[in-house]
Write a protein that binds this ligand. Structure first.
Ligand code: SF4
Length: 393
């Protein structure tokens, strides 16, 4: 599938500041569709885990691969980070902002679920330096929220948005899921309309994916999950994309929409296959194409960090060709694509030379294009992006 033998490829020369990620693997309750590393804890997450995260931050900030590095984003995700109190979580964020070398104006995001925040907690986070909030709303409908085992209500979602605004958040993302069990096109249209009425700066829209190992998968196998058909799901996407574009939130990535200047900078770094450091159980880091993964179980993570034993369970060094392919695939998720000149400067090769006949074929099929020096998926390719990207792996 590859083109001519590539001799000029060299290790990635990317020199963009890195992202810092903190993983909080606890949620009030587990949602039926969730395949993330998260453990239900009610409203009582273990204090020892935040202490271990703080310890790991101190240990890694001094590491030779990290101490000279600049960071431009901090993202606290999960799970539900806001199961912890504002003072505890805010304290950890403050410490990280001091321990690591952050650029002025860094983007600092916290993920939250509506029933785990109030004005007091959100104010504490703002005061700690958090300037972006990502709320996992998923649906503005009590019936649909119950159907996916979410632990919050429609009223709590609206109250969380109001509290975020009162606390001074002017960069707010809402996550929504479409293709839910028993969700009609009209249900989805209502959720999108209510979401837009909140005036979010950013929206992330995900199609429901039924993953193995989840209760939803078991129900689907038994034929007990009534999902909308493909045509309805497509109509949901078309409706949302049109509404969001008209509301000033154009699509900039397969699932992400933002007002101008308010894209998720943390995720943009991932899509450029940039450097990132992940702290916490199950967190992944990728520094200069050395990839590390940490133990998933929070108790084990706490124990190992307490013993000053590195909690890494996997390390992989990506050869330049693999790093190049990953960079292309990640970047093609963005509607802007990636500059061919950037790829050539980073890896010493162009996608045309690397992919050869495959490239020509995809271009001929109207799926891939190079325009104004940028490599992109075409509008025709976006609905089948996964199949097209699989050809470039
Ligand atoms: S809130 Fe998110 S991370 Fe937590 S269980 Fe639900 S889907 Fe998973």
């Amino acid at each position: 599938m590859r083109g001519h033998p590539v001799t000029a490829m060299h290790p990635d020369q990317y020199d963009h500041p890195a992202g810092l990620y903190l993983h909080i693997p606890f949620c009030v309750a587990k949602c039926g569709y969730c395949a993330f590393t998260s453990y239900p804890c009610g409203h009582a997450p273990p204090p020892a885990y935040l202490d271990a995260l703080r310890q790991q931050a101190e240990q890694l900030a001094r590491h030779p691969m990290v101490c000279e590095r600049r960071f431009s984003t901090l993202f606290v995700g999960g799970g539900t980070p806001t199961v912890y109190g504002g003072a505890e979580l805010g304290g950890l964020i403050r410490e990280c902002l001091t321990l690591f070398s952050f650029e002025p104006g860094a983007e600092v995001t916290v993920e939250a679920n509506p029933n785990s925040v109030d004005l007091q907690k959100l104010t504490a986070l703002r005061e700690a330096g958090v300037n972006r909030l990502s709320l996992g709303v998923q649906a503005f409908s009590d019936r649909l929220l119950r159907g996916i085992d979410r632990s919050h209500s429609l009223a709590e979602a609206l109250a969380a948005v109001a509290a975020a605004r009162s606390a001074g958040f002017v960069n707010l993302n809402l996550d929504l899921i479409y293709g839910l069990p028993d969700q009609s096109l009209a249900d989805w249209q209502e959720s999108v309309a209510i979401a837009l009425a909140q005036g979010p700066e950013h929206l992330a829209l995900y199609g429901l994916s039924v993953e193995e190992g989840t209760p939803f998968h078991v129900r689907a196998e038994r034929g007990e999950l009534h999902l909308p058909d493909e045509e309805t799901v497509q109509a949901m996407e078309e409706f949302a994309y049109g509404q969001l574009a008209s509301a000033g939130l154009p699509r900039y990535e397969i699932s992400n929409f933002a007002r101008p200047g308010l894209r998720s900078r943390h995720n943009e770094n991932y899509w450029h296959n940039g450097n990132y450091l992940g702290l916490g159980a199950a967190a992944v880091s990728c520094l200069d194409h050395l990839r590390f993964r940490q133990v998933s179980e929070p108790e084990r993570f706490v124990k190992l960090v307490g013993e000053a034993t590195p909690p890494f369970i996997e390390m992989e060094a990506l050869p330049p060709a693999a790093a190049f392919r990953e960079t292309v695939i990640m970047a093609l998720r963005m509607l802007d694509g990636i500059a061919v000149a950037e790829l050539a400067a980073r890896f010493g090769v162009t996608p045309q030379a690397y992919y050869g006949e495959t490239f020509v074929r995809l271009q001929g099929q109207g799926l891939l294009t190079v325009a104004d020096g940028f490599l992109r998926l075409t509008a025709k390719a976006l609905p089948v992006a996964n199949q097209v990207l699989a050809e470039l792996v």
